[in-house]
Write a protein that binds this ligand. Sequence first.
Ligand SMILES: [Zn+2]
Length: 129
Amino acid sequence: MKPNSNLCHCGTPKPFTDCCTLYLDNNQTAPTAEALMRSRYTAYTLQRENYLMATWHPSTRPTALGLAEDASTKWLGLEVKRHEQQDTDHAIVEFVARYKVNGRVHRLHEVSRFVREDGQWFYVDGDTN
Ligand SMILES: [Zn+2]
């Protein structure tokens, strides 16, 4: 498939203006853990560290991500495998993200945990395999 720059980076067949930019730029709250996960992937592709920090649960949030220093990473695509709502405020999202560093393609397969507090979803942590 040929990448279309008008389509959102997160892999949905929606234009960017109707997708992750709502959460990244328009202060809308992601309605599901999957929507938050997709918007966080898009934030990685755009090196939007502030957004990644703001959507990371304070209990597990790193002090910095250093995305600007890591500019050699090129994100290639996201595939959401599973979205499991465990109860009202807890969910799991399994995904595969592909990226390239120095010409080599890598695959990140992660099962991520999300929690909702005061109506907002946060990334907590994840298991990679
Ligand atoms: Zn999107």
